[in-house]
Design a binder for this molecule. Sequence first.
Ligand code: ADQ
Length: 479
Amino acid sequence: MTTPTFRRPTPPSPTLSPRPHRPLNLTVVANRVPIRETDEGWETSVGGLTTALLPVLEEQGGTWVGMGENPGLPERQNYPADDPDFLVRRVPLSTDELDGYYYGMANQILWPLSHYLTQHLNLEDQFIETYRHVNERFAAAVLEETNGGKDEVIWLQDYHQMLSPGYIRAERPDATIGHFWHIPWPAMEVFRILPWSRELLRGMLGCDLIGFHVEEYVGNFIESAEVLLGADVEGNTIRYQGHETRVEAHPIGIDVERFKMMARDPSIEEKAEKFRERMGTENIVIGIDRLDYTKGIRSRMLAFEKFLEENPEYHGDVSFFQIATPSRTELESYQKIRQEVDEVVGRINGRFARSNWVPVNYRYRTYTQYELCAFYRAADAALITPLRDGMNVVTQEFVTATQDGVLILSELTGAAYLLPEALQVNPYDLRGLADSIRTALEMPTDEKKDRLRGLKQTIEELDVHNWADNFLTALGRQR
Ligand code: ADQ
């Protein structure tokens, strides 16, 4: 039995694992399916997970299981219809199921707890009851779509699927099951707050391999299994009730080539230039997030206000451009954070704006990746300061797109473990945040370039295709 360590991990090795050549029949299980209906017909959705996993499904075939949010959609749909690469299998959910499993258990319990924001916890029994039932339905769909063949691999995604691995394992003792957890796994003492912590851990231990972004979450998970279930631990392997589960760090990346190509596109440069003209200031600082209380948007605004109070020479010379994508708008805590951010933005602009200068430009809407790329390109600094974040891929998008921008990064993100060259800040320390804005804007060009060189190199290595390949290769070794 070894005690888990909490050392700061080293960035992943530059030697990349080769793509797995062994053909596998992959079943991905995620909250949402990767296709959507548009005016032009069905198309794949844009997003990290889809980007990472579609090439594997397209090359090797397989199935993607996800919830059916709207009635009337087919339960089974081949995609593309004319020459199918893979099967989409929906688990249709009623409004009550969606409320309990997704808005309840996932978003009002597992999400805030994993981000150490226990003031947002709503521990209703109804939520876990519905979650159990919905995970059983997901597991049943997986069992229907697979037949237990040796080449089959089941890969579940995220905190929506904690119990499904256990349900699948009970029916298929020999199945190969992996799970990737995209958010932080909190310290054991925080995880054990959940009245159902042991049941949820047992569900996860139905897996052969569990992946997290960084070693700290790996250590937290292993300690949770060891202390709360009395599981045997040897290095990164957990033994519990006759089954072995390996727990590893597999930091996710972005589609680096795609972002590089977008950033080089002359029309992006043109867009960035127009945006700079519109802002009309020498310096532009950006923030891009889903509007979520974990992302630290309000504290970031307060820090910018402090910066303006203390640095009057920057009045008229710096604009803060914050984009917040509407997210989980049905939930009260998200409506509240929206209101709070609106209020702070209003106050700052009320205090400092002049006829030809608006200090905070705030947009509550979604943009295309192409548009985001132009903002990344135009910015002098990105202020990415979540109160807690599993990884944060906006960080990686900014670093890939920028030529000479400065990254100010919360030390409470997974990304911070991998990117020591960022200007790292504690997002709860408004004084430190305000100072970091000034440091970023006054950083000598050589230092900016030096820091960016290191950041860009790590992000190239993290590429999302490597992430999927490395995870599947590691899972293959477990078989
Ligand atoms: P998220 O919490 O969604 O993901 P993040 O990693 O920052 O957080 O990814 C957000 C994505 O949404 C980025 O690709 C970004 O470009 C996009 N986005 C943000 N604002 C947008 C806007 N206004 N318009 C369009 N797109 C926008 C979870 C975890 C993270 C983890 C990822 C991947 O919470 O910690 O990094 O999964 O594992």
